[in-house]
Design a protein around this ligand. Structure first.
Ligand code: SAH
Length: 283
């Protein structure tokens, strides 16, 4: 094929993918073993899908998705693809083994299966467990990274996770630690180190208490980004002293991510409010 032809074809495909919700021409699923696409859907805004995620969503015969995958993202999938909701009810029983069985069964039926997860599949997404199972069954799998919630929230709220003056390291942690413990709190208590806490809002009192006990100051900046990149996104800014009260007053609900450290008070130089006085909420 001439280069020009290929380029034209690629550009046409890109245009299609970017501008339409087309139903992809659906080549029949291959005989024998199918395959799995483990796809990160990003934080919610469908424009934050990668091109590869979009391509594979157009190709998949069946889509297994979680609660965090937005309807707007699902709308970008092949129209006639079967959709299976496999999200766990919060506090409900763990259904991870059923998901594994379903992935294996569908792939064995010859299907192209998109396993679609909020954010990135390998950040608190249990993607690692799923590729282990697929590998054990000899099922081909393609992993597509997604924009993880911390990055989506940081961009949406304009809080740089690192900044030459403010923070040179960042840690992603889960607030849902089985024993309620946090890893190395003295390190996390340094405001020059950014901490993004996933699944942490219900655990807010626990997290605040532990950081304070490890030496974090009352005025240690804290921000909550609720529904980052989704309609109705809200950003609350405060400190360890008042972030619980703010979250309560504004009835913060999932999904929300907590960002701790000096960057949580970041405001571009033009802004007039002094950093730590910036407790409040912006929608
Ligand atoms: N794999 C996902 C994380 C799953 S854990 C990722 O990489 O983002 C679920 C947690 O992610 C939620 O409790 C919340 O803390 C965070 N989260 C996911 N989407 C979010 C969003 N749009 N806004 C804020 N937090 C979000």
């Amino acid at each position: 094929v001439l280069n020009g032809d290929r380029e034209r074809a690629e550009r046409a495909l890109e245009r299609e993918l970017l501008t339409s919700r087309l139903t992809a021409p659906a080549p029949t699923a291959g005989l024998g073993t199918g395959e799995v696409y483990l796809i990160g859907a990003g934080p919610g805004d469908p424009d934050l899908l990668t091109l590869r995620a979009l391509q594979l969503l157009q190709r998949a015969d069946v889509i297994l998705h979680d609660r965090l995958v937005s309807e707007a993202v699902l709308e970008r999938a092949r129209r006639d693809a079967e959709r299976i909701f496999v999200g766990k009810e919060s506090g409900g029983p763990d259904n991870q083994n059923e998901i594994h069985e379903l992935l294996v069964r569908l792939a064995r039926e010859g299907k192209r299966v998109a396993r679609l997860k909020g954010g990135d599949p390998f950040v608190f997404g249990r993607g690692g467990e799923e590729i282990e199972v697929l590998a054990a069954h000899g099922i081909p799998c393609t992993v597509v990274p997604g924009i993880t919630a911390a990055l989506g929230a940081a961009a949406a709220a304009e809080l740089p996770l690192t900044h030459r003056r403010l923070a040179s390291s960042v840690t992603l942690i889960s607030g849902q630690l089985s024993d309620g413990a946090l890893p190395d709190c003295r390190f996390l208590a340094n405001p020059g180190h950014t901490v993004a806490v996933y699944m942490g809002v219900a655990q807010l009192p626990n997290i605040v208490a532990r950081l304070r006990a490890a030496g974090a100051a009352a005025e240690h900046p804290a921000a909550i980004v609720e529904r980052a990149t989704l309609p109705g996104q809200r950003v609350l800014r405060g400190t360890l002293a008042n972030i619980e009260a703010l979250a309560q007053a504004h009835e913060v609900g999932p999904p929300a991510i907590l960002i701790l450290g000096d960057v949580a008070a970041f405001a571009p130089a033009e802004a007039t409010a002094p950093p730590t006085a910036a407790a409040g909420v912006t929608a």
